[in-house]
Design a binder for this molecule. Structure first.
Ligand SMILES: Nc1ncnc2c1ncn2[C@@H]1O[C@H](COP(=O)(O)OP(=O)(O)OP(=O)(O)O)[C@@H](O)[C@H]1O
Length: 328
């Protein structure tokens, strides 16, 4: 914890902790209101639901208050248990899925803070997270089309989050980047990634279950025959496609495809969907580097962060054609 963190009135976290009798085990969070909050460890706590925030495919998200006095968001995931399933093995599987990525250790300004993961019943997992004040990118672009500066700003923040995740040992793959899993905070400038591919892991299926429209071609079986593999590159593809529903079309990529097969065939024939007219050369080039059909040609987050579209430098003539032939 950074105990020198200051709130709006210039008081350090250490001062506040001392005044309030908080232990050093408490976690620090600066709220969107500029105040510093202390999250006490949540282990073995009970909690009450204060309000339903929303429902997703696997359960619901509530604003909750724990008996340790912490207000946060709790996402309850219920594993679909079928007759004949061995509960202990389902339970172990969930545990492995949740533990393996150590979500609670992630600390990044553009990633929701996971506070604790509880398993109150064998087939139920509750993920406690920092409570965010804002709306999903999906709803945000419903109200206002994004201009290119905002696309750039949001892209940079997502790219930083991806760089952080992808460079961890072992790398953390988000698996489900799409407009509903990005929250634009109430200040309309900061964004946070939520909803890591937990639900996909929990489904225990060999088929990919991320949001289909954002799924990379290799996950659809287009062009490669080996088994489904989420990877850093499939995250980059999904991130690239975010550049699309930018208010010009306001619809998800491949919205008209009627089946996975049709989507796979479309990508195979034409590659990623074309960007709307009027976008700058820099954005187009950036997009093409994220959405190369061959995943080995997609650029890693580190390189994307140095791209002209994010740095604001202009592309040199001839740069496009030289790129793919000179870099692997
Ligand atoms: N930490 C959070 N703070 C505030 N709101 C949140 C938080 N996490 C999720 N939400 C909101 O809760 C609602 C439901 O989220 P959930 O992730 O269950 O939905 P989903 O992404 O549509 O579903 P799924 O991921 O299961 O397909 C969404 O509106 C989401 O923006």
């Amino acid at each position: 914890a950074d105990w020198s963190l200051k709130d709006r009135d210039g008081r350090t976290a250490l001062d506040l902790a001392t005044q309030n009798g908080k232990s050093e085990l408490a976690e620090l969070l600066r709220g969107y209101d500029g105040k510093i909050y202390f999250y006490e460890p949540l282990w073995h706590c009970r909690w009450d639901a204060l309000r339903l925030i929303g429902r997703g495919g696997f359960g619901e998200v509530h604003e909750v208050r724990t008996d340790t006095g912490v207000t946060c968001a709790a996402k309850t995931l219920r594993l679909p248990v079928q007759l004949g399933d061995e509960l202990p093995s389902v339970s172990t599987e969930i545990h492995r899925a949740v533990e393996s990525e150590n979500l609670c250790r992630l600390r990044h300004p553009n990633i929701v803070r996971f506070l604790h993961i509880a398993q109150p019943e064998p087939a139920t997992v509750v993920v406690f997270m920092e409570l965010l004040d804002g709306r999903s990118l999906e709803r945000f672009i419903d109200n206002q089309p994004l201009d290119e500066l905002t696309i750039r700003d949001f892209s940079e923040q997502i790219c930083r989050a991806l760089l952080y995740l992808h460079s961890r040992q072992p790398p953390v793959i988000h698996r489900d980047i799409n407009c509903s899993n990005i929250i634009v905070c109430a200040d309309n400038t900061r964004i946070k990634l939520i909803d890591f591919g937990l639900s996909i892991k929990l489904e225990q299926s060999s088929l990919p279950k991320g949001t289909l429209n954002f799924m990379a071609p290799e996950l659809l079986g287009a062009g490669e025959s080996d088994s489904v593999q989420y990877s850093r590159e499939s995250d980059i593809w999904a991130f690239g496609l975010l550049g699309l529903p930018d208010g010009v079309r306001r619809e998800a990529p491949f919205a008209n495809a009627k089946s996975l097969l049709e989507m796979a065939q479309l990508i195979d024939r034409k590659g990623a969907p074309a960007l709307p007219d009027g976008r700058s050369a820099e954005l187009r080039d950036f997009y093409s580097r994220c959405t190369a059909k061959d995943r080995r040609r997609r650029r890693p987050a580190q390189e994307l962060l140095e791209h002209e579209f994010l740095t604001g430098r202009k592309l040199q003539p001839g740069f496009f054609s030289s790129f793919f032939s000179t870099r692997k």
